[in-house]
Design a protein around this ligand. Structure first.
Ligand code: HEC
Length: 93
């Protein structure tokens, strides 16, 4: 009885983990830009979907985020910003 319960729980946890991994899939998953996006943009919140905004909106967002990073003393070098910006332009709404 308890064993069945544990098996059920294990399955649930597995399903949950798969669901979460699915939510984290990004466009061009193997590209350096995607890695950078995942690394830099999850430091304060969950990863935003790239289709959430148009390129123009992303430009605006990046300026905002750069401000937040500055406040927190997090470095956001220009070449990284450029890479993420290009990436979001390619994969935006
Ligand atoms: C230093 C912390 C920090 C980092 C790093 C950061 N953000 Fe944010 N981000 C915030 C905060 C704080 C908010 C909430 C702003 C608000 O609600 O007014 C936010 C909100 C957002 C939103 C709006 C959420 C929504 O509901 O649409 C988007 C999109 C976003 N960030 C994208 C990014 C991207 C892309 C990056 C990587 C370049 C990034 N963030 C990195 C702090 C950060």
């Amino acid at each position: 009885m308890f064993k069945r319960f544990k098996e059920g729980l294990g399955l649930l946890i597995t399903l949950f983990m798969v669901a979460c991994a699915g939510a984290q899939t990004v466009p061009e998953p193997e590209s350096p830009a995607a890695h950078l996006f995942k690394e830099r943009c999850t430091q304060c919140h969950g990863l935003p979907g790239t289709k959430r905004h148009t390129p123009e909106q992303w430009d605006h967002m990046l300026i905002l985020m750069e401000g937040f990073m500055l406040e927190k003393g997090i470095q956001f070098p220009t070449h990284e910003k450029k890479m993420i910006q290009d990436y979001l332009h390619r994969n935006g709404k």
